[in-house]
Design a protein around this ligand. Structure first.
Ligand code: HEC
Ligand code: HEC
Length: 527
């Protein structure tokens, strides 16, 4: 899948993806600051108080800066070589970026996590500003009030149809956008302080990784980062899912601003990208990796630096039943000491190294049901093991999502959807869907798809839209008109995705919804 490429890509729809492979610039190349002063300065000239209009009035993620710079190239004819685009985006993201905390709640859009809909903080925001794009695109920018006002003006200038697309027959879109929205945006996302740029050098070294790969299972891994040219890091990484051959990758990472880690790697597993955030004191990284060609396929990732002290990353499998003995693997760094899994749960060490401890764990028949902390020596992971007697329900995750037809001779590949069946306990109140529900974890399931409603049944969506595999991966059918369908329509559909899980003597079913829709003809680094 894909050709080995050292280029680190943020991606942009209208222009070739941003290449971050330039390394150190040749002597005569312009620095980021020089590009801003000369190439951008033609229009954005520093004023008498030393402020560069627009450029000093906002802060963004690296992807956000790339989108702005690409628009300057596309709409305003700014002439940048690919290297200059890379240099200026890197410089702007380093000097005018967001802190990691400021991106929290919105990172899923950078990590390309599959979600059905992105809602704003209020219904008004959802209706006004997250119909054409995610609200995350808005929430990951900081601006002065004037700059928010100019952005709203720019929208109507560039997209005069915005008023009609955004429910404007029912409301005075422009009236609200140019007054209320600007006031609220300025209050919620003010320009604020520029965060400190972190030094990427201390991020080099050995890392331990772990995560859950939907459709595949829990994985653990190791990553080595060594300093490369221009502050980048050269990476090698191995991921292992229990019972399967490990996959290895090699590539390059670049760290922007307050700790935005972007890496491109390739290997036996194909070409992947990592979108991670440096956490705490720099001993942690969290985020997601995904396939370059198919970002639905990927997994959340948490990493800790070896040598930063005892830390537990993952417990796998993370559940067991009273009266059962299960082999459980703890992953982390600098692990040593005796395991403690709480009252009524006994653990015998089968194998132990600094990174992995394998245990035979037995839960007593009267062990308390619910989540418990797992600890080992100085490391502990709260709520990481669930004891449960019987599942109360199964939820399909994601509960609602999209797949997209593609291929069939067309230029845009199919976009699949990956589902998982998650077992839940209803918790002390016995009510499903309340705060005290206990998530037990991903269960083996049998999968099927059905017509979602009457309309879908008439159109035979379940027959035409695609099929779901034993691993919960739905693959849509080919793009284009289908002469076998009513009116020769394409292979879109509205489906129920049903998971059947056997638990003890019981069979439980969970249902999710899948819209199989048309191709994404225009894609953005921040959707
Ligand atoms: C030829 C003139 C021109 C040049 C050169 C130019 N810009 Fe702009 N810039 C504009 C105009 C016009 C707008 C307002 C319309 C818009 O936002 O696209 C703007 C808006 C902006 C904004 C505000 C965008 C927003 O989302 O509200 C930023 C930031 C910016 N420019 C940065 C840059 C940077 C960085 C460069 C150099 C790489 C650059 N500009 C070069 C004309 C220019
Ligand atoms: C009619 C569709 C539409 C609506 C409604 C809309 N946007 Fe956008 N928005 C876009 C498009 C398209 C872009 C990408 C512009 C480009 O780079 O050419 C964009 C870009 C942005 C950006 C990134 C700017 C940059 O520099 O790339 C922000 C921030 C934003 N919109 C905020 C908002 C806010 C706030 C609202 C509500 C007041 C809103 N949008 C409503 C279509 C829309």
């Amino acid at each position: 899948m894909g050709v080995f490429s050292r280029a680190l890509v943020l991606g942009a729809c209208v222009m070739a993806p941003l290449s971050l492979s330039a390394g150190t610039a040749a002597a005569e190349s312009l620095t980021g600051e020089q590009i801003v002063a000369t190439k951008c300065g033609v229009c954005h000239q520093k004023d008498t108080s030393g402020v560069i209009p627009r450029i000093d009035e906002g802060r963004r993620t690296p992807e956000g800066w790339d989108m702005t710079v690409v628009r300057m190239m596309r709409n305003n004819g700014v002439d940048l070589t690919p290297e200059e685009r890379t240099t200026v985006v890197h410089y702007l993201a380093d000097t005018r970026g967001l802190s990691i905390a400021e991106t929290e709640g919105y990172r899923y859009i950078l990590e390309k996590r599959p979600v059905a809909e992105d809602v704003g903080p209020t219904q008004e925001f959802t209706e006004m500003c997250s119909r054409c794009h995610s609200f995350a695109r808005v929430g990951m920018q900081r601006r002065t009030k004037d700059d928010w006002r100019r952005l709203v003006n720019f929208h109507l200038g560039q997209f005069p149809t915005a008023e009609y697309q955004a429910l404007a027959r029912d409301r005075d879109w422009w009236g609200i956008a140019s007054t209320d929205m600007v006031d609220q945006l300025a209050e919620m996302f003010p320009l604020g302080e520029r965060p400190m740029k972190v030094d990427p050098a201390p991020l080099s070294g050995e890392w331990r990784l772990a995560g859950h790969w939907p459709g595949h299972g829990d994985y653990e891994g190791a990553m080595t980062a060594t300093p490369a040219e221009g502050g980048d890091l050269t990476l090698s990484m191995t991921l292992s899912v229990a019972g399967k051959a490990p996959v290895t990758f090699a590539g390059t990472a670049r760290v922007f601003g307050a700790g935005e880690w972007r890496a491109s790697l390739s290997g036996d597993g194909g070409s992947i990208r990592q979108v991670l955030a440096r956490s705490g004191d720099g001993s942690g990284l969290t985020g997601r990796w995904f396939m370059v060609d198919d970002d639905v396929v990927g997994a959340p990732l948490a990493a800790v630096k070896v040598g930063s002290g005892p830390a537990l990353l993952a417990v796998s499998p993370a559940y067991l039943k009273p009266g059962e003995t299960t082999r459980i693997t703890l992953s982390g760094t600098d692990l040593s000491g005796d395991p403690d899994l709480g009252a009524g749960v006994d653990a015998k060490v089968v194998e132990a190294s600094a990174g992995t401890v394998v245990l035979d764990v037995t839960a007593a028949t009267d062990a308390a049901v619910g989540p418990r902390d797992v600890s080992l020596g100085g490391a502990s992971l709260p709520g990481s093991l669930v004891v449960y007697d019987a599942l109360d329900r199964v939820a399909v995750e994601p509960a609602v999502t999209f797949a997209r037809v593609g291929g069939n001779g067309g230029p845009i590949p199919k976009v699949p959807a990956q589902f998982e069946a998650i077992g839940y306990l209803n918790g002390p109140d016995g009510e499903p869907g309340t705060e005290d529900d206990i998530r037990v974890g991903a269960m083996d399931a049998a999968w099927r798809s059905e017509n979602f409603d009457e309309t879908a049944a008439v159109m035979k969506d379940a027959t035409f839209a695609g099929a779901i595999s034993a691993m919960g991966l739905f693959t849509p059918n080919g793009a284009g008109p289908n002469p076998e369908r009513v009116k020769g329509t394409n292979n879109t559909g509205n489906l129920s995705i049903v998971a059947t899980v056997a638990d003890g003597g019981e069979t439980l079913e969970g249902t999710g919804q899948l819209y199989v829709t048309v191709q994404r003809f225009v894609d953005w680094p921040i959707r």
